[in-house]
Write a protein that binds this ligand. Structure first.
Ligand code: UDP
Ligand code: MG
Length: 337
């Protein structure tokens, strides 16, 4: 087998603190893989700047000037981790046989990428990195994340437990991924739908190298809701079930109240009345909100807006020719915000 061309895609959002170290470590890894003849000499690193407001793009761009293996895509604004990842994958596939995606903070063990490549060379087209145990996450993050996986499973969404977005995809797998046109793309749920020969590689997840998590609670909750509603209509069914249940319960209560009335035992009944008004009102609001969640999804999908907009792509354009000769400062437009 010829050595496959590997591109490592790294989404970055305000990662200036960690990026120089990340670049160093990944370059080092690439060199080792090349020396072991596991990947081609044309393998590259592709950093996707997801609309950072710090020096992230500058770092990517400038290191790219000195090293042909470092490429960058600058998105026009912050589009979110999943979209940044997609931008990277779709750009990278044109010049790669396989693409590995990894977070910029290197919480995932980069040495595992070697195992990914070995699996790829055995013929696997999708290799998923699966965390052994969440030793380094905070108590809160660990339990919310575990709860999320469990709920997803209960709702019939087929996602791999403890697998984040650390994975290898073959060129063909990415081409198929591109045919999933949904705007609300939840990669972890989509990847199992691509099919092909799939395997897992286990590893330990580490602490963030530097900087802070870009997934505060608010983003995590919205990510979780997105994940569920993109893949499952079980919540809607659940609401209908509650509707039916309360209908039958109120029927029984009706009979009971009539019996009370005819036996002359009627009470003032204010408590039960007010309770049921609030209860039913609450249930209705939940139901409407939930259905609204899905309608919102449909609304977003029908508009077919682009998932991300690329401002600069040094991966696919004739980067060296265009840039090296002049000091085109427009490539530094990160200052414009
Ligand atoms: N990220 C991104 N866009 C965003 C938020 C995050 O590209 O809007 C990137 C971030 O730079 C990192 C990866 O997504 O490379 C995962 O983020 P983070 O490590 O903060 O999440 P956590 O590991 O805490 O879940
Ligand atoms: Mg992280």
């Amino acid at each position: 087998m010829n050595e496959p061309i590997l591109t490592i895609v790294v989404p970055c959002f305000n990662e200036e603190e960690v990026l120089p170290e990340t670049i160093k470590q990944l370059l080092n890894l690439l060199e080792r893989l090349e020396n072991q003849s596991l990947v081609s000499k044309h393998s590259k690193l592709l950093f996707v700047d997801d609309g950072s407001t710090d020096q992230t793009w500058k770092i990517i761009y400038q290191t790219g000037l000195n090293d042909r293996r470092i490429k960058g895509i600058k998105l026009s604004r912050n589009s979110g981790h999943q979209s940044a990842l997609l931008a990277g994958l779709f750009s990278a596939k044109s010049q790669s046989d396989c693409v590995v995606s990894i977070d910029a903070d290197l919480q995932d063990d980069i040495d595992v990428i070697r195992d990914f490549i070995l699996k790829f060379r055995e013929g696997y087209e999708v290799v998923l990195g699966v965390r052994n145990e969440r030793k380094t996450d905070t108590f809160f993050k660990k339990h919310t994340a575990q709860g999320f996986y469990k709920i997803m499973k209960k709702l019939g969404v087929n996602i791999v437990y403890n697998h984040a977005d650390f994975r290898l995809l073959s060129k063909r797998a990415i081409e198929e991924l591109e045919r999933f046109n949904e705007i609300n793309l939840f990669l972890r749920g989509i990847v199992p739908l691509i099919g092909f020969q799939t395997t897992k590689v286990f590893y330990d997840r580490k602490e963030r190298l530097a900087g802070e998590t870009k997934y505060p609670l608010k983003k995590m909750v919205s990510f979780a809701i997105d994940g569920v509603t993109s893949f499952s209509v079980t919540p809607i069914r659940f609401v209908s079930l509650i509707g039916f249940a309360s209908f039958f319960v109120s029927l029984m209560f009706g009979v009971y109240f009539l019996l009370l009335k005819f036996s002359g035992n009627t009470t003032t009944g204010w408590t039960s009345l007010i309770t049921s008004i609030w209860l039913i009102g609450g249930l209705q609001l939940i139901a409407v909100g939930l259905i609204g969640e899905y309608i919102g999804k449909i609304y977003k999908e029908t508009k077919q807006r682009p998932r991300y907009i690329v401002e600069i792509d040094t991966y696919n354009l004739g980067f060296r020719n265009k840039v090296e000769s002049n000091d085109d400062t427009s490539l530094f437009s990160f200052t414009k915000g």
